[in-house]
Structures are given as C-alpha cells and as structure tokens.
Design a protein around this ligand. Structure first.
Ligand code: IVH
Length: 683
C-alpha cells in the first residue's frame, strides 16, 4: 500500500469509527455490530503502526489505551469543581426553594433543570480548538489528577467536538460511571478467576479510572454523562458573534450534546419548584430500570444569571442541591448463620442480622449463597457488615468492615450433617453448593422425591399430580415414596378435589406401579445426576439391584456415562442409613423382571454409535434411543468422527451439517424404522 492509499484509508477508518462510536454511545442507536467496529479498529491500529506519520491527534485508536504511567500528574482546575448540598425530604426541598426565592427578589417563578444524581466520579474534560487535550479528576476541588489517557479510552467521550462552532477552550464537566450490566460482567469474571470483586459500580468506576495503565481502563467499559461546564473561553471558533453560550443551564446541556457529548436522557426542564417532587418520585420509580446507578436527583436554577446572583457558600452553590434517595446500603451486625435445606437438598447459609432499615424496609436476613461466597467476603459471626437492598432485589451482604471486628468474632462452621435429616452432606468438586445426601428420606426434600418417584419417566403413577403429593405430605399421610403403597381409597378421598372414583383409580395406578423394570426403579430413586440413560446403563451393567447397591466408585465408573461425580453421588446415596431404610421398604413392595443378558446375536448394533437429531414423527427421540440401545448401540448426544450413524428427523439443523461434513452416514426416520423392524423390535 502506498502512503497515499494508506492516508485515504486512515481518514476513512477515522470517520467510520468516530461515527459508529457516536451512534453507539451517544445516540444509543448503533448501525453496525460490535465485530465490525473491532475489525475496523484493528485495521486502523495496524495502518498507524506501519505509517506512524498518519496518526492524528484525535485518532480513535487511542481508545485502546497507551503506555502505562509511573504516576499521575496534578492539574489545577481553572475554575474549582464544587460539590452539592443535600436535601432528603419534601420539607427540606421546600425550605431550599424558599431561600432561593427570597434571595432572588423577583416575582418571576424560578425554573429548575432537573437531573439524576449519577453515582460515579466527577471529571473535567478540557477541549482546545475542538480537541480533547486534558481530563482531570475532581480531587479536592482545586487540584485533581491528570487522567487524560484513561479518559480517551471511554468511547462515549469524543476526542474531537462535532460540528464547526465551539469555544476555543471549553471545559465540560460530568460523571464517569460504569453501567450496571458492565459492572455485573466484570464481577462475574473476577469471581471466576478467584479475584476480588468490586462492592458497587461506583467503586468499580473509580478503580478503573485510577489505573496507571490505560490499557486496563480501556477494557472496563466506562461511560460518561455531561452535567455542566467549567471554564469557557469567550472566543468562539467558526462564528463571529460572541454570545454562543446560552444563559439557560438546560440549553447549555443541549449545546454540549450537539458537540457530541452524551447528556443523561432523563434531564428535564421544570417550570417551577412545585414540579420537583414529581420528578424526584418519577426517577425513584425508574431507578431500577436505568442502566446506571444513581443515588438521588439534582435540581439547579436554570437561569445562569440568577445562578451568578445567588453565588456560593463554602464549597457548594446556593443555586443547586441534591435531593437524595434513602440509603440503599447500611451497616449492621451478623448475629448468626443458619443453614437451610432446599427442596433439592441444596444447603444454603442464611445470615441472621440485627434488624436494620435499608432501601425503605427493615432487613433481618440475607442469603450468603455458599461457602465460596463466605470465603470471598471473609466474614465471621459478630462482624459488622455492609448490607445492600436495591429495589425489590433480595438483600445482599456486600462487604465486611474489618476495622470493627470484635475479639469474640467466630468463624462460620459448615455442617457435616443435614440440619433437617442428619444425613451426610456432600460438596462435589466443581460445585459451589453443599448438598444433603438423604434424598429419599429428608423432610426438606420429601415432596420433590415423591413427585419424581411417581413422574411419567419413573413409575408413571397416573392421577398423582404435584398438588396432590403436596397435600398428602402436608397432611402427613405419606413421608417417603414407600408410604404411597399403603395409601387407602379413604385416605385419598379426604383430599381436596378427590372423589371416590378418582381415589379408586389412583389406588389402582399405585398398585400397577409395583411392577416396573430395574432401570425405572433406579431412575425413580432420584439419585443426583442419575437420569434415565444412566439408570438403564447401570441396570444393564450390574443386572441386579444388590450389585448396584454394593458397587464402589471404581466399579461404577466402568458403566458407560458414569464418571467420578455420578459414581460418588450413587455411593453416597446408598451410604445413608435413612435412604437404605426407604429402599429396603420399596424392595419389599416392588418387583421387576430379571434382566436377561443379551447374547452377541441379540446385540446386532454393538460397537456402533448413533446420534439422533431433529423431530421424529412416529416416536419420541427418547424412545428411538431406548430401541437402539436395546440392540446394543451406543447413543451419543454429539457428532464426532467416531459417530457411525446420524438419525435425522424433520428440521435437523447443525448436527446434520456437521455429520455431512464429517462423512457420517445419515439415516431417515424410515431407515430407522426399517432397521428396528429388521431386528424384530416391536414399536
Ligand atoms: S453538579 C456545582 N450534577 O455529585 C455543582 N453533580 O455532590 C457541581 N453528581 O462531585 C456538581 N450527578 O460527582 C452535578 N447531575 C449532576 C450530578 C452531579 C452526580 C456528583 C458529582 C459531584 C457530586 C456533588
């Protein structure tokens, strides 16, 4: 590529990337997908590396960050960056408005610019001749830190102002923040990597902005809304007239927006002080739906001349105030931790807190999720903790205040036995939760165990719906699946919406379920991660129930589909005396035919691997799978070079394409039926 060609392409890329950025971050209307942006950015970076002389002052390539700094330099603000006073109630707001009216000494009503109070970090951006030349933090209001390189990575902030008309020097002030979605992603990634998480988006934004290495900031997806101006030169480029700057704060924000800087879309001009409460309530209601954190609203006298007349007290203007929301975070103490057993056996630690008023309600409990979470927080009983309740979200413990840890703080001990049924608890490798292994017996898991036992793919007890199971358990008529078999018509007919006829039918259905297959019986026990296929494989492999019960982890792992985790689950299940009690009762009640070992001749599809995809019209996919398995075939869920046949039904998708590309033979449903008929499988 000649330099001239490169120069043309660089300008083109420059223009495209700037436009796409603006569309995405300022207009909220992207016209191309992210990958296209990334592709063009890569192309620009490569071209600039090859032709450094083509790199322009406002090149979008600066968005990816530059060389790391040793320290931040200091920036003295030409006009100090002030803070705001607060009000917390309608009465306080009215008092504030009244003071302004008295000082204004005018009969005119006072208009206010209403804005959300963004919960991020204040920054000042300095544009000279349209180019972003310097960005600084607020610091102590007089002197801040030079964070220009970091700010350049924020795509919502233009490196060059749009249009032709702007003051030669323009300082735009506003808030840098991390959108909630980005914050959650960042923390999820940190948890996965076992790194420390940020307590809230504000801390995440601060941590990301105060990085000496701007390449890190570039990865953090920060954003920005402008809410005011700092120094503005009188000289205006591109126009002769000097009165470029509006005298309404709201209008100034519109001017800033026209120059390409994002302004929060919730900003509104209010005619008078009486409209303030309505705006506050509206923003409070919309708060959860916004993609950025706010902690209140801000009201500013709109007329700049009146602002100037009102002036400042100490470090805050008299013409503006924050009207804050009730706190969403509070301090309290962790009094104790209790363990709850869920209906699937998951054991969750629940924090018992000294009651505290936060986010508008009194909170005395919070979930601690699991052991990892407790370790991550480094929390002990009697610790002072930060509790957060945002909107309708369940209260969370955000962090521990280590400075306040008392001498008698206790480590949280996890139970080794289920607090409900005393069975062993198990935490499997790679799993965050602790589980009770007394699935068949445990009071907390009773209802789910019985529902599963009678479900269609297990013993298929017709007429025993979930609601009825719940009633029978609540009325203490049954406690374990074995108790089902002693239910009488009279017991059942006393249940809600149960006539004599349906009671009679149900007793018959239960009676019928006594006779099943070994595979279905194993599946019905509801051992964790033992699904239909695993149950069938276990039955085929061990042939008798006793053999399965007695098998150790190694022996179990010889069964197709059974890995370390499933083997552990099975061994633990049968190691619980409580489960065994129920299982033995069931063995006394139920029967299943012996499994006849198939000879080689009866397993014509042995050593062949099938995959089934798409919709079959004559049978379900699980039926097809069972038929093929009965002939000795292995049925797998994914296509590989090792697959022998793909059975493709209607609307087969990517598996069919993959099979074709790998040269795997494809069978239609008709081919499958022909194959099954040939081997005398009765459909
Ligand atoms: S105006 C002279 N407007 O609140 C007035 N500040 O307590 C200067 N903030 O440091 C600030 N949203 O970080 C203003 N719409 C908004 C704001 C806002 C958030 C922050 C800002 C400032 C602090 C003042």
């Amino acid at each position: 590529m000649t330099e001239q060609q490169a120069s043309q392409r660089v300008s083109e890329l420059h223009r495209l990337l700037t436009t796409y950025n603006h569309e995405y971050y300022v207009m909220d209307q992207p016209s191309v997908p992210d990958v296209e942006y990334d592709r063009l950015m890569r192309e620009l970076i490569l071209l600039e590396a090859e032709f450094p002389q083509l790199k322009q002052a406002d090149s979008p390539s600066q968005r990816v960050g530059g060389e790391a700094l040793k320290a931040f330099t200091q920036v003295t603000h030409q006009i100090p960056m002030l803070s705001l006073d607060n009000v917390f109630s309608p009465q306080e707001w009215q008092a504030f408005a009244k003071r302004i009216e008295e000082r204004a000494k005018s009969a005119n009503t006072i208009a206010f610019c209403a804005e959300p109070k963004l919960d991020g970090l204040a920054v000042s951006l300095r544009y000279e001749n349209g180019y972003l030349v310097q960005a600084a933090t607020r610091g102590d209001g007089a002197v801040g830190e030079n964070i220009t390189e970091n700010i350049k990575t924020i795509k919502a902030i233009p490196l060059k102002l749009s249009g032709e008309i702007y003051p030669s020097v323009l300082e735009v002030r506003g808030e840098v923040f991390m959108p909630k979605a980005s914050f959650e992603k960042l923390n999820e990634a940190a948890i996965k990597k076992g790194e420390k998480t940020f307590a809230n988006p504000r801390n995440a934004a601060a941590g990301s902005l105060r990085q000496l290495d701007s390449k890190i900031t570039a990865k953090r997806n920060l954003s920005f809304y402008a809410y005011g101006l700092g120094f503005v030169s009188e000289q205006v480029q591109g126009q002769v007239e000097q009165n470029w700057l509006a005298t309404s704060h709201y209008q100034r924000l519109q001017q800033v927006k026209l120059l390409g800087l994002p302004v929060c879309p919730e900003v509104k001009l209010l005619d008078d002080a009486d409209q303030v409460e309505g705006f506050y309530q509206h923003i409070l209601q919309t708060r959860e739906a916004l993609d950025y954190e706010i902690d209140g609203t801000v009201f500013k006298v709109d007329d700049i001349r009146l602002q100037e007349k009102l002036g400042f007290v100490a470090r805050a203007p008299r013409w503006a105030t924050a009207y804050k929301f009730p706190a969403q975070e509070e301090l309290t103490t962790l009094d104790d931790v209790e363990f709850q057993v869920g209906r699937t056996g998951a054991i969750t630690p629940v924090a018992r807190l000294s009651p505290v008023f936060v986010g508008g309600v009194t909170v005395s409990n919070a979930t601690l999720h699991n052991q990892d979470e407790i370790e991550r927080l480094g929390i002990k009983i009697k610790d002072t903790v930060v509790i957060r309740r945002a909107g309708d979200v369940i209260p969370q413990i955000v962090s521990v205040v280590l400075d306040k840890r008392p001498d008698n703080a206790r480590t949280i001990e996890f139970p080794t036995r289920c607090p409900v049924c005393q069975s062993d608890v198990l935490r499997l490798e790679g799993e965050a939760v602790l589980r009770c292994t007394g699935g068949l017996y445990c009071g907390a898991q009773r209802k789910e165990a019985i529902k599963h036992f009678s479900s269609r793919k297990a013993l298929d007890i017709d007429g025993l719906g979930d609601k009825l199971v719940e009633q029978l358990v609540d009325e203490k008529l049954i406690q374990t699946p074995a108790d089902l078999f002693s239910l009488t018509e009279l017991d059942i007919s006393t249940m809600e919406r149960m006539g004599q006829k349906s009671a009679q039918n149900l007793v018959q259905a239960i009676e019928k379920a006594r006779h099943t297959t070994l595979a279905k019986f194993i599946y019905a026990l509801g051992i964790r991660e033992v699904g239909e296929t695993t149950a069938a494989n276990l039955a085929q492999h061990f042939l008798t129930f006793d053999a399965i019960k007695d098998a150790d982890e190694d022996a179990l792992q010889d069964v197709p589909d059974v890995g370390k985790i499933v083997a552990k689950n099975i061994v633990q299940f049968f190691a619980q005396a409580h489960n065994v009690e129920v299982v033995e009762a069931l063995e006394g009640i139920m029967t299943w035919p012996d499994i006849i070992v198939k000879t080689e001749a009866q397993q014509p599809l042995k050593d062949l691997t099938y995959v089934i995809t798409g919709t079959l019209s004559q049978m379900g996919r699980s039926d097809a799978k069972a038929y093929l398995q009965s002939l000795g075939a292995k049925v797998s869920g994914s296509i590989s070079a090792k697959t022998d046949y793909l059975v493709a039904g209607e609307k087969a998708g990517s598996k069919l394409t993959k099979a074709q590309s790998l040269g795997v033979k494809v069978l239609t449903e008709e081919d499958l039926i022909a194959l099954l008929t040939e081997h005398e499988v009765s459909l």
